[in-house]
Design a protein around this ligand. Sequence first.
Ligand code: AAO
Length: 511
Amino acid sequence: MKYFLLLSVIGLCWAQYSPNTQQGRTSIVHLFEWRWADIAKECERYLAPHGFGGVQISPPNENIVINSPYRPWWERYQPISYKICTRSGNEDEFRDMVTRCNNVGVRIYVDAVINHMCGEGAGSGTGSTCGSYFNAQNREFPAVPYSGWDFNDGKCKSGSGGIENYRDAAQAKDCRLVGLLDLALGKDYVRSKIADYMNHLIDIGVAGFRLDASKHMWPGDIKAIVDKLHNLNISWFPEGSRPFIYQEVIDLGGDEFTTSEYFGTGRVTEFKYGTKLGTVIRKWNGEKMAYLKNWGKGWGFIPSDRALVFIDNHDNQRGHGAGGASILTFWDARLYKMAVGFMLAHPYGFPRVMSSYHWPRYFENGKDVNDWIGPPNNNGIIKEVTINEDTTCGNGWVCEHRWRQIRNMVIFRNVVDGQPFTNWWDNGSNQVAFGRGNRGFIVFNNDDWSMSSTLQTGLPAGTYCDVISGDKVHGNCTGIEISVSDDGNAQFSISNSAEDPFIAIHAESRL
Ligand code: AAO
């Protein structure tokens, strides 16, 4: 009994840090702006068969419709109500997605926009994705309902009512983020409305939440909301499971408050991860891959079991949010694949893979003036994600998660799950390698010259298929073959002009 109590206390404490993925599935993918109908299909036809643990979806609740610029992606970060009703689909389609994904062991994580409602200048009317009336000036959102009492207008101490200094804790939390009407999360009424929304989603079967703009909410307010949340739906999750919580806190250092203040309620997005890895792989500021030997805490990152990591996200892939020019994206495909490969091979953090759509990027004075452009659409209606014969996506969807190198590294991470970081090797420059116990090994050549080295892999002897240049198909390898000798050594040759200058082998790619 004592034992049981102890276990359940530990269980409760750790719960919101665990992603609730199915056993052996170790990463998730953000299907940015996808329709629910397409996500349901993707779970069944691609994500489950390739070992993806889950999907972060775009905000599912009713948002304002913005026509100038025309239907920007960011209109979804301006809530009007908590009805499940957006360009991605209605509640029936949402339920169908959650059910079908869960049935094949792929979890759904909701991007929860709970810090604010729409912008202060949004006017009034029924111009929202579900047609609910709102009046931004009067702070009226009858479909929730919220009124003037439910916002922080009186509490904010900045001159303009908006956040003027992100580093000032009180301003960051009590004032309007880029003019967005700031909810009074200190009020139990507001907390309850938000918890009702999130519980509705939990009851449908979601596994957790990204908490948008967490840096703009007091940790105590987040805790009060999280404490009101139901356990996960027992149709798919063990009894007593708590929703996975990961909080969007941009902390590149220098703020009055830190990421660690949010550890009590869940994991936190580690923005330094993509910023720094981008700098290293681009070889900016004298950085080299050899320095990655102590990647993780050694680089001043938050503890691994509190970190949600990613190379790019929907903001910083287009110059929003933080991270700056070093962020790697699909636009720099060759370096990007190396960065994602490194992330998925390395044990630090819980990783999220980005899956994007194309937009006509156009720089003026260093800024992408098309950074607002929404997903592929016909007159505002989001286009279907079509699948080409070669398994890539059509209709303007990039689908990085379907790129062979990325998809195979998602599998690599599952195969090496639980194995230690071992057999680090580097040439003092940008040729590096490391293993994960006796289950996997990865080698990078990001130098401007070719590499040819014999390295200790830690793997059992045999011939292995490199999952970056090819696949193991019916026992044969369509890419480079690597032979590991009885002592665990193998010879690796990687040209600096190779299409993908890295090689990865693992227990299940053995021929
Ligand atoms: C839109 C319009 C606005 C308009 C507003 C209201 O663009 O002009 O005023 O509507 O009508 C998204 C878009 C916004 C959009 C919004 C609502 O990105 O453009 O506004 O929807 O439609 C901060 C927050 C972070 C936030 C990020 C974008 O901390 O939470 O800004 N991300 C989330 C979402 C995002 C969404 C929202 C929040 C709102 O992922 O998609 O916005 O729901 C500093 C601060 C950061 C701050 C950045 C902003 O970063 O520290 O906290 O992020 O600035 O640029 C160095 C520093 C670093 C600094 C950085 C600045 O790197 O070290 O600290 O420089 O680049």
